[in-house]
Design a protein around this ligand. Structure first.
Ligand code: CTP
Length: 434
């Protein structure tokens, strides 16, 4: 018998053995299941471990966490628990379960402890995600492949386990495209027919938009978002996000390519917004009138929404940024009202090197500059609290950005000259610094 857990990541291996020891002590059949099994066989890194046990998963999780000093979170409504290790390994514990869908597209109703391992595997999306590996003593590392996952993995095939799969859970339509593109697999012919048939049923309308969004966001987080969304378009499935969803694939491809060539410092700083930038690129074809309604359906943070809503201004902004002879402070004034995400987006949409450089300079340097004097300094000069303070400080900042006012001393003098009635006066006791 081949041991599928022979050559796995050491962090995983140690944790699996601990869980296995505890399961054995309790006499519980325990398995690793789902995507991690697929990735172990493919040799792809994955530190999200799913464990199912034929028995009480929550009690096992608590015991393992306690013995290891790891953090456990219990979800009583689902009968599941998650244990997080400081090394980055995360383990989800669940009892083998059978699911039923109250109506097509609804979240499954879970009957904990009511199923066998086979039931648990049968409720899953694709054969390649429906394998398990036993971790009990005597059986450690044995593959359980009831539905032909291994040959499909070797043959590069995405295949559902039964005809109702996409109707039960239409988010699997996006998942099929995602795994196909990620792994360079092919959706098998009968599965493709079922997928297309499901798209014509009412089941797709029963799914809550945030569930589609979660899968869409995962697609945008993959290595090749343009390939991902291009495939969704081929399948006629972009409309799952919204009937008005449109895509300019060339534009998305270009933004993806330019992201790869982004200066390392920027790519690192904005890596958490990577998916958002690609969302913006895919939203550019939609048009400003539809966007607010569409975004209202999805769980987006305020700043993410703001960034996307600024996208329809892309072309006029790029034209403004291309005007010859712009000073750095003029570039600053164009970009400052925008979100950082939108500034990065403009950088990636810029066809002219000069425009890209202007945005780079803003992002890496000018956006973070502040005047070396503050409101208190101005109050001491007799400026009343209010708008004027802001206006003077901005004026000083613009000159600093343009390299004209380097230190505090020159900024105080310049501010003094801007205060009505103080022109020409020098500052005495408060003037400190260079
Ligand atoms: N699953 C499913 N149907 C879904 C979502 C998930 O059957 N709509 C099952 C699959 O067996 C999947 C497992 O739950 O392997 C875990 O789901 P998830 O973490 O979303 O996917 P992974 O396969 O782990 O994919 P990734 O590598 O992208 O995390």
């Amino acid at each position: 018998m081949r041991n599928y857990l022979n050559n796995i990541d050491r962090r995983l291996s140690r944790i699996i053995r601990t869980i296995a020891g505890e399961a054995d002590r309790r006499g519980l059949p325990a398995y690793i299941v789902g995507g991690i099994v697929r990735d172990i066989i493919l040799g792809r890194e994955n530190l999200d471990l799913d464990i199912v046990v034929e028995g009480d998963a929550v009690a096992l999780a608590k015991k393992v966490a306690q013995a290891q000093g790891a953090v456990v979170r219990v979800y009583p409504e689902f009968g599941t628990a998650t244990v997080q290790w400081p090394s980055g390994v995360r383990v989800d514990f669940a009892s083998t379960r059978r699911e039923s869908y109250p109506y097509p597209g609804a979240l499954p109703r879970v009957a904990p402890s009511a199923g066998t391992l086979r039931d648990d595997l049968f409720r899953r999306d694709f054969t390649i995600n429906a394998m398990a590996v036993c971790i009990n003593r005597g059986d450690f590392g044995r593959l359980v492949d009831e539905f032909g996952g291994l040959p499909d993995l070797r043959g590069g095939t995405i295949r559902v386990l039964h005809d109702r799969s996409f109707v039960d859970d239409p988010t699997r339509i996006l998942r099929a495209a995602r795994f196909e593109q990620r792994l360079h697999f092919r959706i098998e012919a009968a599965t493709l027919r079922l997928l297309k048939k499901a798209l014509r049923t009412k089941a797709v309308d029963n799914v809550k938009p945030p569930r589609y969004f979660a899968e869409f966001r995962k697609m945008l987080s993959e290595d090749n978002p343009a390939g991902q969304l291009g495939r969704l378009e081929d399948l006629g499935a972009l409309g799952l996000m919204d009937p008005a969803w449109a895509l300019d694939i060339r534009l998305l491809e270009q933004v993806c390519k330019r992201w790869q060539r982004l200066p390392v410092k920027l790519a690192l700083e904005y890596r958490r917004s990577r998916w958002l930038i690609f969302f913006m690129a895919s939203a550019e074809a939609i048009g400003g009138r539809q966007l607010p309604r569409i975004l209202g359906k999805f769980p987006l943070k305020k700043e993410e929404k703001e960034s996307i809503l600024q996208v329809p201004g892309t072309r006029p902004l790029l034209r403004q940024l291309a005007v010859p002879g712009l000073s750095r402070s003029e570039v600053y004034r164009i970009l400052k009202p925008l979100t950082a995400g939108m500034a990065v987006y403009l950088r990636l949409r810029a066809d002219h090197v000069g425009v890209a450089e202007r945005v780079d300079r803003y992002l890496t340097r000018d956006a973070g500059l502040r005047p070396d004097i503050d409101g208190e300094d101005l109050k001491r000069m007799g400026v009343k609290p209010g708008k004027e303070i802001g206006a003077i400080l901005s004026g000083i900042l613009y000159q600093k950005i343009d390299g004209e006012l380097k230190g505090r001393r020159s900024q105080l003098a310049a501010a003094g000259a801007m205060v009505p009635g103080r022109e020409g006066k020098t500052d005495g006791p408060h003037q400190t610094g260079q």
